[in-house]
Design a protein around this ligand. Structure first.
Ligand code: HEM
Length: 403
């Protein structure tokens, strides 16, 4: 067989999907020296790595610890389930979404109003990177005047996490951000413990199970994680949904005519061009996967984008089709999903329903404000990034609708 694609090469970054096919077909289990990990790409293997408790999450430490501290993502077993039970109720069902729908609606409108008359916009800069962060700040019950601080912290943490080239300035800036964020959050956490309100931060401060509460440090780490886990992902999802729809005008028209299809457009985008492409796991015992046995303690890089385009699971997987019948729409935002974009099993995304509500609200506002949407550069923008992935900019032209 041909030599295996390198997941950190420029060719891979330019077009991972071609490489994903080669990996699935010819190298379902392959050692990658630079990341010191085995790479897996078939749906069955990625699904198993997410669902089977023999696969642990402890090897996130090197990546996340320096900017976030210890978060739920790095936890396993009892520690994870305790922490998850403390935070999950705040995000459960549509309760949270319903409590925060006004916050979501108002933040989205404010951003759209700022460019709706212009006829052109870079949607990544003016909308996608700001909307989810502003929502999180408001949900936590922090002042709107801090939206800009959070946007800056968010940008520098994102840069830190995707700093494959090891740029020293980016590293230093990321580490400084952790300190600034701590200095900002810890006094506020202490205040909320004393005088809790009706906001998410107060809920996190007062949540208690069997006498166990989260420490100040854990709450701070969780809030910091929300910037990337809840911000970067939703940001990239918005950009990718809009890119995919503008690239497929018939489907864009279908969504315009029937707004209930936004949910399908989001789910199909999660399958076809997911925000998160790579997730790490580490088996506690030797396990047999397609292509061989992985020794205990070795890191596995699970390729979400490859699993989601496995022809064993989805017909015509390289086609974007919001009407496809082999994507389980009823469960696309639950741990029973049959795409892998939110992971599966114990670490299944806590914010999936929040993300869905943000997308349903946000895309509807965008379609209301923008008619005749076209790519300003005449062609769809390239995607950017390998761990997380989306267009780096999305320059669109449009006609403002008649008042
Ligand atoms: C976990 C993706 C939105 C909060 C995860 C994981 C993925 C993911 C892949 C699993 C990580 C792992 O197992 O290592 C996404 C995508 C989103 C999204 C694609 C949007 C399109 C959100 C939002 C929030 C959020 C809006 C909250 C504001 C979390 C948290 C976890 C998580 C706290 C950790 C759960 C745990 O470890 O038990 N997400 N996410 N996510 N997500 Fe999301």
């Amino acid at each position: 067989t041909a030599s295996a694609p390198d997941i950190l090469s420029p060719e891979f970054a330019a077009d991972p999907y071609t490489a994903y096919r080669a990996l699935r077909e010819n190298h379902p289990l392959i050692w990658h020296d630079a990341t010191q990990s085995y790479v897996i790409s078939r749906y069955v293997d990625v699904e198993r790595a997410f669902k089977d408790p023999v696969f642990t999450s402890r090897n996130y430490d090197w990546q996340l610890e320096p900017v976030h501290g210890r978060t739920i993502l790095q936890m396993d077993g009892r520690e994870h389930s305790t922490h998850r039970n403390l935070v999950a109720p705040a995000f459960r069902g549509r309760e949270l979404a319903e409590k925060f729908v006004p916050v979501i609606d108002q933040n989205s409108r404010a951003l759209v109003d700022a460019f709706r008359g212009d006829g052109h916009v870079d949607l990544v800069d003016r909308y996608a990177t700001r909307f989810p962060i502003n929502v999180i700040v408001d949900m936590l019950g922090l002042p709107k005047s801090d939206h800009e601080h959070f946007h800056r912290w968010y940008s520098s943490i994102m840069a830190f996490l995707s700093n494959l080239a090891g740029d020293e300035q980016v590293t230093a800036q990321g580490l400084r951000t952790k300190e600034e964020f701590e200095a900002y959050m810890l006094p506020i956490i202490r205040q909320r413990r004393e005088a809790p309100g009706d906001d998410l931060l107060s809920t996190l401060c007062t949540a208690e199970i069997d006498g166990v509460r989260m420490t100040d440090e854990e709450i701070k780490a969780f809030c910091s994680l929300l910037l990337t886990a809840g911000g970067e992902t939703t940001d990239k999802a918005i950009a990718s949904v809009m890119r995919n729809l503008v690239e497929h005008p018939d489907q864009l028209q279908d969504v315009r005519e029937d707004r209930s299809l936004i949910s399908a457009a989001f789910a199909e985008t999660l399958r076809y061009s997911p925000p998160v492409h790579m997730i790490m796991r580490q088996p506690a015992e030797p396990v047999r996967l397609s292509g061989g046995v992985v020794e205990a303690g070795k890191t596995l890089t699970c390729l979400i984008g490859a699993a989601n385009r496995d022809p064993e699971r989805f017909r015509d997987p390289d086609t974007f089709d919001i009407h496809r019948d082999d994507l389980d729409m009823g469960r696309a935002y639950t741990a029973g999903a049959n795409h892998t974009a939110f992971a599966l099993g114990r670490h299944f995304c806590v914010g999936a329903l929040l993300a869905r509500t943000e997308l349903e609200t946000g895309i509807a506002h965008l379609l209301d404000a923008m008619h005749d949407i076209r790519f300003a550069d005449g062609a769809p923008p390239a995607e950017h990034g390998v761990f997380t992935r989306a267009p780096a900019a999305l320059r669109l032209t449009f006609t403002p609708p008649p008042e």
